[in-house]
Design a protein around this ligand. Structure first.
Ligand code: SF4
Ligand code: SF4
Ligand code: SF4
Length: 285
């Protein structure tokens, strides 16, 4: 382990904050992190400023964990700034890794999102038709807010990413894995997915698997499930066959189908196509 403390940043782009909570969920390990590393920027928890990062030398940070997707000009500018200042850039969590839940907005146009959020919305004061503008003139001067892009980007569409930590959010053991790998200098090859498995969620799931002949699919609340038997076999949709494992089978173990948050298996480009093929193969036609 290095004798000098690691210099790290944790940043959130377009995300929900759950990935930051995952770091806190490491419980007492967070105290080891404090002993191991100086946290130089972590907007949710530490009072670092962008200006402090701008003043750093290039590569001064050993590691940045960037969670959240890139949705606006601020997300992009800070991703580029942290890339420049960091030796290792990690896409942390599904949103940074694959676009995640914010990425679903790519099915809609920016105008449709604005209409739903700011115009045709019962929580908006009647008659208020204001939508966010990058620049607004007020009595005190010019106000500037980030520019909302037409689409959502995953982190590696904006900057070079060294490692990926999947999950929505990643399991606490992955937070440990990535920090300890950087601290010990024992890093996997660049571009690797860290702290997850190369096997599918199904391979780690202990529910009984029989020959699947599904006649009908159900929402989880439409049937009383057998907790010992594969969900897919019971007609409850589960993306376990098409999803990288390593999460501890978190969802099926609590009675909910996997939603694919650990991303595709190694050598699979299209997780959705792999999932559809898995579902199609169990239908009793
Ligand atoms: S990956 Fe999940 S937990 Fe993390 S920011 Fe995105 S939505 Fe939130
Ligand atoms: S499909 Fe889901 S419930 Fe069935 S074995 Fe795979 S992970 Fe478990
Ligand atoms: S079971 Fe699937 S959706 Fe749930 S945490 Fe694991 S990979 Fe993510």
């Amino acid at each position: 382990m290095a004798d000098k403390k690691l210099q790290i940043a944790i940043y959130w782009g377009a995300g929900c904050g759950g990935c930051d909570v995952a770091v806190l969920d490491t419980n007492e390990f967070i105290l080891d992190v404090a002993g191991l590393a100086d946290i130089r920027l972590w907007p949710i928890a530490v009072d670092g400023k962008y200006k402090d990062v701008e003043l750093m030398a290039d590569g001064e940070l050993d590691l940045t964990l960037y969670n959240g997707a890139v949705r606006n000009s601020e997300n992009e500018a800070i991703a580029k700034l942290l890339r420049q200042k960091s030796k290792i850039m990690v896409a942390f969590g599904s949103c940074a890794h694959m676009g995640g839940i914010p990425g679903l907005a790519n099915f809609c146009k920016k105008e449709e999102i604005y209409r739903t959020a700011y115009l045709d919305n019962p929580s908006i004061e009647s008659g208020n038709q204001a939508v966010p503008e990058p620049r607004t003139h007020v009595e005190a001067g010019e106000l500037e807010i980030p520019y909302f892009y037409k689409r959502v980007y995953k982190l590696d569409q904006v900057v070079k990413v060294d490692y990926y930590v999947p999950g929505c959010p990643p399991a606490p053991n992955q937070v440990k894995a990535v920090l300890l790998a950087v601290a010990s200098g024992k890093l996997p090859p660049l571009g690797s997915v860290v702290g997850a498995s190369d096997l599918a969620v199904c391979d780690e799931c202990e529910r009984k698997k029989n020959e699947k002949k599904v006649k009908k699919f159900y929402r989880p609340w439409q049937i009383i499930q057998d907790f010992d038997v594969c969900l897919l076999e019971q007609g409850i949709v589960c993306a376990g066959p098409a999803t990288r494992g390593g999460c501890g089978v978190r969802c099926p173990n609590t009675g909910v189908g996997c939603r694919g948050c650990y991303g595709p298996l190694p050598n699979v480009k299209d997780q959705g196509a792999k999932f559809l093929s898995a579902v199609a193969s169990v239908i009793d036609s």
